[in-house]
Design a binder for this molecule. Structure first.
Ligand SMILES: [Zn+2]
Length: 311
């Protein structure tokens, strides 16, 4: 989400890009990568989910997207005369993985990539599963990939990188032949990533950012929006932005703001009301992480409706 910090320091935040790539057209981006964007645009999806066709002749399709008949039919048409050797899934959100099953029904290709959906932690007593509707709990890959596992075809190899945080099963995929990386929803140019407990984890997300900061790739292809160029610098900026956000939240706690709603109003300015719920979950993700690190205290296990105070 594109938001403004009140904490002052000038860490660049990825701004909303008005020139988002258009949905519904097949584009060749590089010799090995084509992209079609599903027409499921919205405040959390940019112009829609990016599906990537990797390779020539023998291809992988990364993130077929939601169960959208038109989009899946277009992906099948785009790869006509080619063999789809793998349907690759980065993570189990409903805008990324359900289309894999429709694509498999049409092509017989195996589904590979992330494992079944799982949460970062158990629900606390009385806690509501806030973003439950966004999870795809039916995803069962034919082959689950772990860190370093590869899927390959004629002229291309995709190597899985475990990048938990946005979801705990999230994978990114390095394409060595083009020194590029498919970053899923973990790193995107158009918006910061939603990190929402209990499914997501800020601690894991920050570790996964550290991991990508040292990668050799010079171009990231995200799950939504256009490419990330100069990704090392961009990822450093994302991590700095989150640390700055954490400091701003901690300052509000020190000033006596004890609940998520009050902190959201103080820390986010000019926030699109459609994103208020996501901002609350993001603040909560930071609070939960700071409780775990002993920086602040909560009344019982951290909950979105809990009360927080300095440690
Ligand atoms: Zn997602």
């Amino acid at each position: 989400m594109a938001t403004t910090d009140t904490s002052g320091a000038a860490t660049p935040e990825p701004a909303f890009d008005p020139a988002l790539p258009a949905a519904g057209t097949l584009e060749r981006l590089t010799p090995l990568v084509r992209r079609r964007i599903c027409a499921n645009g919205g405040p959390f999806t940019a112009s829609g989910t990016c599906s990537y066709i990797v390779g020539r002749g023998e291809v992988a399709i990364i993130d077929p997207g939601p169960d959208d008949a038109d989009h899946i039919a277009a992906l099948v048409a785009a790869s006509e005369g080619e063999t789809i050797s793998a349907i690759v899934v980065t993570h189990t959100h409903r805008d990324h993985s359900p289309g894999a099953r429709r694509l498999q029904a049409l092509t017989g290709a195996p589904i590979v990539g992330c494992g079944p959906h799982r949460a970062a932690r158990e629900l606390a007593e009385g806690e509501f599963p806030h973003l439950d509707a966004s999870a795809d709990r039916e995803h069962r890959p034919d082959r689950e990939l772990a860190e370093g596992d590869t899927v390959s075809g004629e002229g291309w190899t995709l190597t899985a990188l475990a990048t938990p945080g946005h979801t705990m099963n999230h994978l990114a995929f390095a394409l060595a032949e083009e020194n590029a990386l498919f970053s899923g929803d973990h790193v995107m140019a158009w918006s910061t990533t939603v990190v929402a407990p209990p499914d997501g984890s800020m601690r894991a997300y920050m570790s996964s950012l550290d991991k990508l900061r040292d990668r050799p790739e010079t171009l990231f292809w995200p799950g939504h929006g256009g490419p990330v160029r100069d990704p090392r610098r961009f990822v450093r900026g994302l991590a700095g932005h989150r640390r700055q956000r954490e400091a701003a939240i901690r300052a509000r706690i020190a000033a006596g703001d004890g609940d998520v709603g009050t902190i959201v109003l103080a820390v986010y300015q000019g926030l699109n009301p459609a994103l208020r719920g996501a901002a609350a979950l993001s603040v909560f993700a930071h609070l939960e992480d700071m409780v775990a690190r002993g920086l602040i205290r909560s009344d019982g296990p951290p909950r979105l409706d809990g009360v927080f105070e300095p440690a």
